[in-house]
Design a binder for this molecule. Structure first.
Ligand SMILES: [Zn+2]
Length: 429
C-alpha cells in the first residue's frame, strides 16, 4: 500500500504540535501543521497516526541473517552453548554441516520479517564466506535481498567468520566481491596473523573501492587490541569515513587513559564504531562485573566517533536474547552504561537511525521535507530521543512511502470525494 499522507503525527521539532506528512515519489514532500479534515482534491490513502510519534525508520548497521534462529538447532546438537565467543563460533560451524541451505533460508527470511516488523528499512548484513559454504550463502542472501528490496534495503558484506588462513580463502573472499557484494568484511582476531588478515581485507577493498567492516577486538583483554593496526591501515589507504568496526569490547576493559587515547585515534582516523549489546553483554565481560563488556559508546560519541547500535544476531549461540529490536538494543545500551541524560538519549536515538544510515552511505530519511520516506510509527507520543527510554512497539513501517509492515491498529483511510473507507492495515502484507 502506497501512503499519500500520514495524518496527525507527532514529529521531532514541531514543539508538540501534530503534523501531517505529505508523501510522494518515495519522499516526504511536505510536513505541515495537522488539519482535522483532509484537503480537497483527488483521492488519497491516509495513514492516521492518531497523535503517535513518527520517526525515521531504523537502520541496522550490523546483522547476521545467515545464522539467525539457530539456537534450538545448536542446543539439539551439543547442548546449551556456553556464553563464550569460541564456543559460539564452533557451535555454528558444526551446524553448517548438518543444517540445510533451506533451513538457513527460512531463518534468514524470518529475520528479515522481524527486522521490518521492528521498523528497520535498511541493514548491513554480514554474509559468511568460508571453504565449507563457498559462495552458497552469498548467493542466497543476494537472492533474498532482491526479493525483499521493496521493504528492506540490504547491503551485503563478504565476511570471513573463520579467518583467511585456510587454503583458498583470500581467493574466495575476492570471488564474493566479484559476485557483487558491497563491503569487504574481516575477522582478524580468529587468525594467527591478524596483520596479514587486515592487509588482505584493505587491499581487496581498495581494488573494489568498497568500504571495510571489521569484527574487531572481541575480547576482554585490551593487551590483544588490534585498533592501532586498523587505524594505521585506514590512514595508509585514505579510507577515513569508509571503515567500520564492530564489538570492540576491549575498550570496556581498558584503563581510562588508554581508552581515551583509543577513542581519540578512532575519531581522528574517521572510523565508525558499532556496539552490539545483545552479543557483547552475553559473550564477554567475564570477571568484569563493573564495566561488563559493552564499548563505552557515549565516550566514543563525545570523542567525535560515529556510533551505531546494532542487532548482530537473532536467537543463536552468539545472542540467545537477540530479538531484532533496535529500540530495545538502544535501551539496553543506555541502561548498561547508565547513560540517561537527554544528550545521551539523543546519541542513542541517532545510533539506531541517522548514524547507521551514514555508515551505509544512505541519503537522509525521516519525517522531514525532502527526505526519503522511510518511516516508523511508534506506539506512543514520545518523539525522537525519548524513545530510547521506553523502547515502544513499532506499529507501522514505511519504506519509500510504502506501508511494508503494520500491526493491526493504525487505521488507513481511502479519502476522496465524499466516500471514506477504513481498511485493516494488518492485512496489507
Ligand atoms: Zn557480527
Amino acid at each position: 500500500v502506497l501512503i499519500d499522507r500520514i495524518a496527525g503525527a507527532r514529529v521531532a521539532g514541531a514543539d508538540g504540535a501534530l503534523a501531517d506528512l505529505v508523501l510522494g515519489g518515495g519522499r516526504v514532500l511536505r510536513v505541515a501543521p495537522a488539519v482535522p479534515s483532509p484537503p480537497a482534491g483527488g483521492a488519497a490513502t491516509v495513514l492516521r497516526a492518531g497523535g503517535r510519534a513518527v520517526i525515521p525508520a531504523l537502520v541496522d548497521a550490523h546483522v547476521h541473517l545467515d545464522k539467525a534462529f539457530l539456537l534450538a538447532d545448536a542446543e539439539e546438537d551439543g547442548g546449551p552453548p556456553a556464553p563464550d565467543l569460541g564456543a559460539a563460533i564452533a557451535a555454528v560451524a558444526r551446524l553448517r554441516a548438518r543444517v540445510s541451505l533451506d533451513r538457513v533460508r527460512r531463518g534468514a527470511e524470518r529475520a528479515i520479517d522481524r527486522l521490518i516488523a521492528n521498523g528497520v528499512t535498511a541493514a548491513r548484513a554480514h554474509v559468511e564466506i568460508d571453504p565449507a559454504v563457498g559462495l552458497d550463502l552469498c548467493r542466497l542472501l543476494q537472492e533474498l535481498a532482491r526479493a525483499r528490496r521493496d521493504a528492506l534495503a540490504l547491503q551485503l558484506v563478504a565476511f570471513p567468520q573463520r579467518g583467511l588462513e585456510a587454503p583458498g580463502m583470500p581467493e574466495l573472499l575476492a570471488a564474493a566481491m566479484a559476485e557483487g557484494l558491497s563491503v569487504v568484511g574481516g575477522c582478524p582476531y580468529v587468525d594467527a596473523d591478524p596483520a596479514r588478515h587486515l592487509d588482505l581485507v584493505f587491499a581487496l577493498a581498495e581494488r573494489h573501492a568498497a568500504p571495510v567492516d571489521l569484527h574487531l577486538d572481541f575480547s576482554d583483554d585490551p593487551g590483544r587490541s588490534l585498533l592501532p593496526l586498523v587505524v594505521e591501515r585506514t590512514r595508509a589507504h585514505g579510507m577515513a569515513g569508509q571503515v567500520t568496526i564492530g564489538h570492540v569490547t576491549t575498550l570496556a576493559a581498558m584503563p581510562p587513559d588508554a581508552q581515551a587515547r583509543a577513542l581519540q585515534a578512532l575519531a581522528e582516523a574517521g572510523i565508525a564504531l558499532v556496539v552490539l549489546p545483545a552479543t557483547d553483554l552475553y559473550l564477554g565481560g567475564h570477571g568484569e562485573p563493573g564495566s561488563r563488556s559493552l564499548a563505552p559508546w557515549e565516550r566514543a560519541a563525545d570523542a567525535g566517533v560515529r556510533v551505531a547500535i546494532a542487532n548482530n544476531n537473532l536467537e543463536n549461540p552468539f545472542a540467545p536474547f537477540g530479538n531484532g529490536n533496535l529500540l530495545q538494543a538502544a535501551w539496553l545500551a543506555g541502561l548498561t552504561r547508565r547513560a540517561a541524560a537527554p544528550a545521551r538519549r539523543r546519541t542513542l536515538f541517532d545510533a539506531v537511525t541517522r548514524a547507521p544510515a551514514a555508515i551505509l552511505g544512505l541519503p537522509p530519511h525521516g519525517p522531514a521535507t525532502g527526505a526519503d520516506a522511510h518511516l516508523a510509527l511508534l506506539d506512543g507520543d514520545g518523539d525522537g530521543p525519548d524513545v530510547a527510554l521506553r523502547a515502544p512497539a513499532v506499529l507501522a513501517t514505511l519504506r519509500a512511502g510504502r506501508l511494508v509492515h503494520a500491526l493491526a491498529g493504525p487505521p488507513i483511510a481511502r479519502e476522496g470525494g465524499q466516500a471514506e473507507t477504513t481498511t485493516d492495515a494488518g492485512a496489507s502484507r
